[in-house]
Structure formats: C-alpha cells, structure tokens
Design a protein around this ligand. Structure first.
Ligand code: NDP
Ligand code: MG
Length: 385
C-alpha cells in the first residue's frame, strides 16, 4: 500500500488521478485531499476514499463538515495546505493544483521528504531552481505527470545526459491551428476552451490555445532534464499521439506514444517505479493507420514561442514574471476584460520590462508574482494595449 496525498483533487487531473486509484484500490491509501472552493465535490471524494485529512483553501469548513459522514481533520487556507503537508505522512504527493499557488506546497512536500508526482507545472516554472535544489538535498524523486515530460522521462530511461542531442515537446496546436490570424481578435471564451484532443481545466485550455502552455513546458523541461536551452524544441503534432521524443547523439530518436488519456502518465507517476497492469485505457491500435503529422510551429501565429527563448536563456525571475502575467491575463480573458489576442501583448510587456533577479529566493518569487500581476492588472484597467 502506497500512502498518497492528492492536492487539487477536485480538478481535471485530480479527478483522473482518483479514477486511477479507484482501479487499483488495493495499491493506494489516500491520506489527504484538497480543493480551493469546491467543497461539495471534495466531500463526495472524501466519503468515497476516507482520507484522514482534507484542506479547503477558501473557508468552507462548516459546509464541508456538514456533508461528511466521518470526522477527518480539516485544514483551511493557504497555510492550511502547508500544515496538512507537515502533519500528514505520505510517500508520494501528487500536486494537481493549478497555477503559482502550487509552488509552496510542492516545496514543502519535498522538504517533508515526499516523492512528487507533478502536474502543477507552474511550480517548476516559477521556482525550478529551489525545487530542484530541494529534490537533491532531500534525496526524493520528482515524476512528471505532464504528458510530454512523462513521455520524455520514459524516453530517457537508461540514457546519460551527455547522449542527448535534442528534447522535443509535441504540441497539438490547440483549437486555432488553422484559424486565419485576422480572426484571432474574435475568439470567444467558449472557442478557447474547446481543445480538439484533451478535456482539461480552464486555465490550461486557454494556455494551450495561446501556446503559452508549451512555453511553460519548455521551462518545466529545462529544470526536469537539466539540458542547455538550445537542446529544447517544440513541434506541432495535431494528433496528440506522440507525447514527446528525444534525439540522441548517435542519430537515433526515441519517442513515446499512447492514447490521449491523462490516465496514462498519471498512472505511471503513481505506480513509479512499478507499472500498472490494470489501467482501463486502450492500447494504440498501430495498424489502424495513425496518420501522424509533425509540423514546425509558425512563429507569426505563435509569437510567444520566440519570446520564451529569452526567458529560457536568462531564467532567474523571468519565468515567474512570464507566468504571473499569463495568470493575470487568462483570468482577465475568462472574465471578459481582455480579448484573446491581448494575452500575448501583456505578457510581452511584462517580460520586456522585467528586471531579472538571478537565483531567486522564495520571497523574491512571491514578490515578483505579486508585482507582475498588479502591474498587468493596472495596465488592463487602464485599457493600455
Ligand atoms: P483544474 O482547474 O481542473 O483544477 C485545479 C485544482 O486546483 C482544483 O482542485 C482546484 O480547486 C484547485 N485550486 C485552484 N486554485 C487553487 C488555489 N489557489 N489554491 C489551492 N488549490 C487551488 O486544473 P487541471 O486539473 O486542468 O490542471 C491542474 C494542473 O495540472 C495545472 O498546473 C495544469 O497545467 C496541469 N496539467 C493539466 C493537464 C490536464 O489535462 N488537465 C495536463 C497536464 C498538466 P477547486 O475545484 O475548488 O477550484
Ligand atoms: Mg502537457
């Protein structure tokens, strides 16, 4: 029995994670679950899996308690999330929180010597230096849940870093791969949320449509695989069957494929270093004509892929500023305060005007995130784009 904690259990990844656990109930014991405000769903999950601890970040403790048929310890607030991690032992924590809010809980879990199954890519994007340092210091493992990184993690098995020539992340291209660019300003929230291949939370769906998701993933890859930024690349692969590939110095390429189900990488991370043999996902039927296409991304369509190169080259607080600006923009887009094609313009301003801090501390990152978001908010309110 593996004792696990799942943060962000009420979200898309959280849901899929619990369904993987459900399929192998004898292998996992759920120690704790968390949500931000969705106490009804958290209560439902709690009644099924009976974790001894729960955290609801927004103060819905009484509402949550009233729906339960047993008495777990209930934590509240951002500090509650940290206290939950400090006070409950597990060997693996799966972090499926969205956004910057997942960073400190990830760091705390590492310091509590838990292995990390990481879906919350923003944690690595903003604080990769601190997270990777803590991983080494505490001698724990980080297993990527993000499908591209999970695929690459598998491609790299048994290979030394010096053998790597290039790490390639695949991108579906999102819903607007073929939309004429002059129509970008008319994109509605519903359009942006309808991803062709994956069903995901709102933020990552918008990130996939803008290609910001791939930018975050490049930074995530930089920290996870520790290669020069020039060895990281993106290719458009509309079918989302090949999730990642690695070119090696000997001119061979290894790629990893599976059906487009997040249950595959989630299961890999939960079972690691073992494999599940009971996952309810079909094999790829490779004789059925997979029709795989790989296309070089068009920088005019996705200019953020050019901007991210500077961020990758310089690191420090640049990724945190990039991420903070994006989080503010996505929220504003979803609240109808800005248009889809304004997102890139504001991120570009945030990056171009950013004053970098090398090797940032936790406080530097919190400040950078807050200041960047405030700045973008003011620009949006001032209508200045
Ligand atoms: P969702 O929006 O579906 O779920 C987010 C979860 O985090 C929910 O449980 C939510 O609680 C909780 N949450 C939201 N804000 C906070 C906060 N401020 N503090 C604490 N908890 C919070 O997101 P996804 O599941 O789609 O994505 C989760 C992470 O996984 C993201 O980083 C995403 O980039 C990454 N990822 C997702 C993939 C996918 O297929 N969905 C694929 C690869 C990576 P509540 O329900 O109460 O709001
Ligand atoms: Mg991904």
């Amino acid at each position: 029995m593996k004792n696990i904690i799942i943060l962000g259990s009420t979200g898309s990844i959280g849901d899929s994670s619990l369904s993987v656990v459900k399929e192998s109930k004898d292998k996992f014991n759920i120690v704790a679950l968390s949500a931000k405000s969705n106490y009804k769903k958290l209560a439902k999950q709690a009644k099924e899996f009976k974790p001894k601890a729960l955290c609801i970040v927004d103060d819905f403790k009484n509402d949550l308690e009233s729906l339960l048929d047993y008495k777990p310890k209930i934590y509240v607030g951002k500090d509650g999330l940290i206290n939950l991690i400090k006070e409950n032992r597990a060997c693996l924590l799966l972090n499926a929180i969205v956004g910057f809010s997942g960073f400190l809980p990830t760091l705390e879990a590492i310091n509590q010597k838990m292995d990390i199954a990481l879906a919350n890519k923003e944690a690595l994007v903003v604080g990769g230096n601190l997270i990777m340092e803590a991983i080494k210091k505490n001698n724990v493992k980080i297993i990527p849940v993000d499908s591209e990184h999970n695929a690459i993690f598998q491609c790299l098995k048994g290979h030394a870093k010096r053998e790597i020539s290039k790490i390639i992340l695949t991108a579906s291209g999102g819903p607007f791969l073929n939309l004429p660019m002059e129509d970008f300003s008319k994109i509605s929230i519903e359009d942006a949320l309808s991803h062709p291949n994956w069903s995901m939370g709102k933020k990552i769906s918008v990130d996939s449509a803008t290609m910001v998701n791939k930018c975050l993933e490049l930074i995530e890859a930089k920290w996870l695989f520790d290669v020069d930024w020039k060895k990281l690349d993106v290719v458009i692969h509309p079918q989302s069957i090949v999730h990642g590939m690695v070119e090696f110095e000997d001119k061979s390429t290894i790629l990893s494929m599976s059906k487009t189900s997040m249950k595959v990488p989630i299961s890999y991370a939960l079972f690691y270093p073992n494999y599940s043999n009971s996952l309810s996902v079909d094999f790829l039927n490779i004789t059925e004509g997979l029709n795989l296409n790989f296309i070089k991304p068009d920088i005019k369509r996705y200019p953020v892929l050019a901007l991210i190169k500077d961020v990758l080259k310089n690191l420090g607080t640049y990724p945190c500023a990039f991420n903070g600006a994006n989080e503010e923009c996505v929220e504003s887009f979803l609240n109808k305060k800005i248009k889809f094609n304004d997102i890139f313009k504001f991120i570009e301003i945030a990056v171009k005007e950013h004053k970098n801090i090398k090797n940032p501390s936790i406080d530097d990152l919190i400040e950078c995130n807050t200041l960047t978001r405030e700045k973008i908010k003011k620009l949006i309110e001032g209508g200045s784009v």
